[in-house]
Design a protein around this ligand. Sequence first.
Ligand code: GRG
Length: 297
Amino acid sequence: MSFDLDAYMKERAAAVDAALDRHLPPETEPPETLHRAMRYSVFAGGKRLRPVLVIAGAEAVGGRMEQVMPTACALELIHTYSLVHDDLPSMDNDEFRRGVPTNHKVFGEAMAILAGDALLTLAFRLVADSAGSNGGDGRLRDVLNDIADAAGHAGMVGGQVVDLMSEGKAVGPDVLDYIHARKTGALIRTSLRVGARLCGAAPAQIDALGRAGSALGLAFQIVDDILDVVSSSEELGKTAGKDKAQQKATYPAIHGLEASRVRARQLIGDAQVALVEFGPRAEAIRALGRFILERRA
Ligand code: GRG
């Protein structure tokens, strides 16, 4: 019987949503507007890909969802903060995200910035919460380093900076891969690694998941570039065709649509190779790779 990814994702996303609800500050507690702004974007309806990858990484080494749930939530909070900030007028200047008006359109720019800041900060608080159940300070230090590297100047923020600086310029394939690997790939790669790390994975296993995660992360962004060209705003829940309008460096712009599709397929193949040693325990990650390739939103 083939792996039921739909059921797998639904079940884990529902558990993640319940945990996020517990961890986020209540809207009834002051400052209410900040808490409403934080919850608004988190519960606007994302796919929960990153937390599901944290869980799938844990399961690939014999761990359980409960052991990594606070860290899974942390990755979703960091991802959501990045979307809120990316949508700001000073960045991508977007009006729709996850099918609803962007955070700053509802709460104003200052509140959107602060809600993003608060989500990022809460994320690290949640990772620290994972300490008790997961084998000591050394492991936690490695997880914190991994997440900070992926989210900060050497990862997502760095990639976003080079992306912004490249708008309207002729960008070569190496710079494009640099941007994609950091802006989007780093958080996806780290999601897969930290769940396994918290569950006591051996260094070779973490390396293998890192290779798989890098391939999945780049494939994810290539597919995102393709969808921006071929899908409608209704399908995407955000404005389609923006990359071209903003003269962004993308895979279809540099390599063409067909070569982009071929590259995404190759990368998913690379990820499958990196996962061989995990046997049936990595079935969910394999299925998530196929999902990344076939997704329509
Ligand atoms: C502001 C520091 C900072 C970084 C922004 C994430 C990001 C970096 C920019 C977002 C721009 C963008 C659309 C990137 C494409 C890849 C991406 C992260 C898409 C959104 O992720 P999904 O499809 O979204 O997993 P959901 O809503 O399902 O969680």
